[in-house]
Design a protein around this ligand. Structure first.
Ligand SMILES: Nc1ncnc2c1ncn2[C@@H]1O[C@H](COP(=O)(O)OP(=O)(O)OP(=O)(O)O)[C@@H](O)[C@H]1O
Length: 262
């Protein structure tokens, strides 16, 4: 087990606002974290720090042992897998599915006629099979359903065998069936001893797959609670984070939350 991320009193300011406020947090390679919090809490900003796309305004951030203030982000980023709608938008809709995965190995968003190594193409096909996209390898990305698009983003983000996988709202916009299919695949992946550390942002406790181990609750850029899932996802903590009185239920490792009756 090794240290993947260490934030020590990290703050991030943008446009005169403190959007991450004195956050201290550690993630090790065997942990699978969910980051929860209301809109604007700073979840994506923390993911951007972990992906070496941002540098703290103050405090110290170590990503895979590299200090973001002094390390070369170009060396850190290939070691981090990031699946987000922002990354998805960079891939042209006419890109072929297998190319959208293999280009990750070359830090590119689209294929421009390059010839790729067989070993990379084989890995891309293997990853596509793992994420149940093997029948779609020659389709254009723009023709995929929302659920298939989400799985493609994850397949692309693990193409490079990252040491940490960052998922920004992987279930957003999915119907119940698609969400549950993705949940079961993420569960299996998170439970594998060979998987990297995982940090997943979500708005909903219902979207936490089994196999996730820890939760970071944020509000207004600050940590409300952090630690093992069962200890952290309490009604009190969620009430504090979201500012509404909620009851949280744990159904054999899957959570649900609803407003407390007045
Ligand atoms: N470039 C910027 N300049 C000023 N404020 C910004 C900038 N980028 C983000 N913010 C603000 O920082 C806060 C945190 O944003 P962030 O996207 O990290 O939150 P979030 O928890 O991921 O939100 P959501 O759940 O809505 O996606 C928000 O209030 C946002 O408006």
């Amino acid at each position: 087990m090794s240290l993947v991320l260490r934030l020590s009193n990290v703050s991030l300011e943008r446009g005169g606002n403190t959007i991450v406020d004195n956050v201290s947090w550690e993630v090790t390679s065997d942990q699978r974290w969910v980051i929860l919090g209301p809109n604007g809490a700073g979840k994506t900003s923390i993911l951007e720090l972990a992906a070496a796309w941002e540098v703290p305004t103050s405090g110290t951030a170590l990503v895979l042992g590299e200090d973001l203030a002094t390390g070369d982000p170009e060396e850190i980023r290939p070691r981090v897998g990031l699946a987000s709608s922002g990354m998805a938008k960079r891939i042209p809709p006419t890109e072929i599915v297998v190319d959208a995965v293999v280009t990750a190995a070359y830090a590119a968003a689209e294929r421009r006629g390059e010839v790729y190594e067989d070993i990379d193409l084989r890995r891309a096909r293997r990853v596509l099979t793992e994420w149940r996209l093997e029948g779609l390898t020659n389709r254009e990305v723009g023709t995929l359903s929302e659920g298939e698009q989400k799985r493609l983003q994850i397949a692309r983000s693990i193409m490079t065998d990252p040491e940490v996988l960052l998922l920004d709202e992987p279930s957003a916009g999915l119907d119940l069936g698609m969400r549950e299919e993705l949940m079961s695949m993420l569960s299996a992946f998170a439970s594998s001893s060979t998987a990297p550390a995982i940090i997943m942002v979500t708005h909903h406790v219902e979207e936490i797959p089994r196999g996730f181990t820890h939760a970071l609750l944020l509000a207004n850029g600050r940590v409300v609670a952090a630690g093992p899932l069962n200890e952290t996802l309490t009604s009190d903590n969620l009430t504090k984070a979201f500012g509404v009185s909620v009851d949280v239920v744990n159904n054999n490792g899957r959570f649900s939350a609803a407003a407390r009756p007045q």
